[in-house]
Design a binder for this molecule. Structure first.
Ligand SMILES: [Fe+2]
Ligand SMILES: [Fe+2]
Length: 228
């Protein structure tokens, strides 16, 4: 499957398609809070309207992106892309989430009386890690080895299951955003609280990038059914 950028109007394409084809587009979508992973099946102009963003501004930002970035993960060969996903995302989630859970427990305990305390954040992060661990193991033990053995197609059923898991991760992400009030710190937040939100926002961004690379770039190479 070709993953190069074709010069077609951006407005008729979905957010997920653009995220897959235009290196750097995910950063633009994050900036304007457009969902490019779980909710990526929406046309760019509809997504912009839903977020109250001028689609012209989005198109300008996307067109300005450097088009020649061969190192972008979206343009990598499958084996290299899988290696990148494992090293950059699977290992990073496993390293960062346990630390954040500890930090969240501490902040929730120390600031229990604070009106903005992120009550339930540690449990939400714990649930995320638990679900991610099970999910990532399925990819590492079953799906990715199957992809390494073949060049394309034939994996619709396991991929459908992984897409379903990703939708559940999307629900966890919304929970994370709501319990932290979109990672908004109170004026008197201590350093631990600041570190907790900085780290949680990074995990959320990483998870969105991770799901995007799988849903929009890697998985379509192995699906026979056309995407709805
Ligand atoms: Fe993954
Ligand atoms: Fe995944």
């Amino acid at each position: 499957m070709s993953v190069s950028m074709h010069r077609v109007p951006l407005r008729g394409r979905t957010v997920g398609e653009i995220a897959a084809a235009v290196p750097g587009a995910t950063e633009v979508f994050r900036r304007y809070k457009l969902d490019f992973c779980c909710g990526g099946d929406v046309a760019l102009d509809d997504a912009a309207r839903q977020r109250g963003v001028d689609v012209g501004i989005l198109e300008k930002a996307l067109n300005e992106l450097e088009q020649s970035s061969n190192a972008a993960p979206e343009s990598r060969e499958t084996r290299e892309l899988i290696d990148h996903i494992l090293a950059r995302y699977h290992e990073t989630h496993r390293r960062e989430l346990p630390e954040l859970i500890k930090l969240a427990r501490k902040v929730e305990a120390v600031h229990a009386e604070h009106p903005k305390v992120p009550r339930g954040l540690a449990n939400t992060l714990q649930e995320m890690l638990g679900e991610l661990e099970v999910h990532m193991r399925k990819e590492e033990l079953i799906l990715f080895p199957a992809m390494r053995r073949r060049s394309n197609g034939g994996l619709d059923a396991p991929i459908a299951q992984m897409r379903h898991d990703h939708d559940d991760h999307g629900i966890q992400l919304r929970k994370l955003e709501s319990v932290t009030d979109n990672f908004t710190l109170p004026a008197d937040a201590c350093r631990s609280w600041q570190a907790l939100y900085t780290g949680s926002a990074k995990v959320a961004n990483d998870l969105m990038e991770h799901i995007h690379l799988e849903n929009n770039v890697l998985f379509p190479r192995y699906e026979d059914l056309p995407q709805i």
